[in-house]
Design a protein around this ligand. Sequence first.
Ligand SMILES: C[S@@+](CC[C@H](N)C(=O)[O-])C[C@H]1O[C@@H](n2cnc3c(N)ncnc32)[C@H](O)[C@@H]1O
Length: 241
Amino acid sequence: MYTFTNQFMSRQNNLEFLKATMMGPNAMRVAEELASYLNVNENMRILDLGCGSGLSTLLLTQKYGATVFAADLWISPTENYERFKSIGIDDKAVPISVDATKGLPFANGYFDLLFTVDAYHYFGDTPEMLPSLIPFVKKGGYIAVAIPGLKYEFGKNVPAELQPFWNGEMERTLHSLDWWKDLWKRAEGIEMVDSREMACCRQSWEEWLTAYHPIVAEDIKMMAAEGGKYFNLVQLIAKVI
Ligand SMILES: C[S@@+](CC[C@H](N)C(=O)[O-])C[C@H]1O[C@@H](n2cnc3c(N)ncnc32)[C@H](O)[C@@H]1O
């Protein structure tokens, strides 16, 4: 399932690139697992929403030859354009700045696939967000999301081991698979085609903990305390009808 990622990471210079570029659980591996549930191909136009530094964009352009609009809030399009040129995907990847909460600058029905890795939980936790995104995907197209989540809803009972690390943003953004399924059930114009906990959770987190990002030091402590008991990766795929 992870042939592209494993081969990419087998080269030392690529591994260094990945360690310098990851912003969370290895987005290339997570994207490769999510994409394995979809029929991605070179004729597709994909919106990679919340692409960050573009590891999922790299996967979608290089493994499948798709055209990808690499849209993000925190990482500037100029930074991504420079990176895309340096790795030779600038002919297939269009860097663009968006804030998903403020509306997207695209035509209705423009995309075959809206694909988003480790980002949707930051902006997708309201009943309004999914209905606002559906029109940008053509009928018969797909919306595919992979996000960090919880094995069960904590409510007020945050496990003692996690309390030193828990904060308001985690409380708002981290939810169980059932919580997300309930939210998506309310949207019209889609049918759920897949929802599951992802297989690469542990490995993608372990890879992230080798990254050079300054928040890794704190995440190493948090994941040691978590001990594989509470976190998962949530996958949601819906078809636009
Ligand atoms: C943890 S980073 C992950 C980046 C990348 N997808 C990855 O996995 O490496 C979360 C990303 O979500 C994006 N994001 C958060 N809120 C957003 C919003 N309102 N609109 C678009 N992107 C957003 C940020 O810009 C950031 O790059």
